[in-house]
Design a binder for this molecule. Structure first.
Ligand code: GRF
Length: 207
């Protein structure tokens, strides 16, 4: 049984998709051990409580130094014997100590087809604003392993979503969530939980 920690900062719709997928059998061999947020007001924490999972608040603001926060986050993951860390709209930079300890065991959902519209400062609505400003006809979502860079880790799954005439960033964001994010993030977790994902250098092989 793959032990999951889901890290969140916002509304938690991707967390909800994971919880629903475990409940309806789309995800097998995995359980949510804890949901961790840096944001006390994150509705994702309410979703975790309603689901019956631990909802843990760990914010850099509550620690004297960033180093202390980093160590506390790593400790929280290790003492819960976490197998896979899932970033689902987590807006805190993952500390290198966590990345080293969980090499190829941290995944992230990004709301574009990486390498387009990603990297530092490109998150949330900014991603969709950039896609619309560039005039691309197709965007989508990407699930990737997390390495020391920003959105640079090996890509696990991608799903394209058509951009429609007169899309606003908000409308596009919602369509990408519904048609892509909420499908490929659970799918990636299920594949990892069932041993169907292997990393070979910078590429990922799926069985
Ligand atoms: C999603 O758009 C996701 O792609 C991005 O942050 C947003 C999180 O939304 N990483 P939610 O908190 O899962 O609703």
């Amino acid at each position: 049984m793959l032990r999951l920690a889901v890290l969140v900062s916002g509304g938690g719709t991707n967390l909800q998709a994971i919880m629903d997928s475990i409940d309806n059998g789309t995800i097998t061999n995995a359980e949510i051990v804890t949901v961790i947020s840096n944001n006390a007001g994150a509705y994702a924490l309410e979703r975790a409580k309603n689901y019956g999972a631990e909802a843990l608040l760990l914010s850099p603001k509550d620690f004297a130094t960033r180093e202390e926060f980093n160590e506390k986050l790593l400790e929280a993951l290790k003492e819960r014997n976490i197998d896979l860390v899932v970033l689902a709209g987590y807006l805190v930079v993952v500390p290198s100590c966590v990345i080293k300890e969980f090499e190829n065991r941290i995944i992230n959902i990004h709301p574009s087809l990486i390498p387009s519209f990603c990297g530092t400062g490109c998150y949330g609505l900014h991603v969709h604003e950039k896609a619309l400003a560039r005039g691309v006809k197709v965007s989508g979502a990407t699930v990737h392993f997390v390495d020391e860079g920003t959105d640079t880790g090996p890509i696990i799954l991608q799903k394209p979503v058509m951009i429609e005439q007169d899309d606003t960033p908000e409308v596009l964001q919602r369509r990408i969530m519904e048609q892509a994010e909420w499908k490929i993030l659970p799918q990636a977790i299920d594949m990892i939980a069932n041993g169907r994902v292997t990393v070979e250098g910078r590429t990922v092989r799926l069985k």
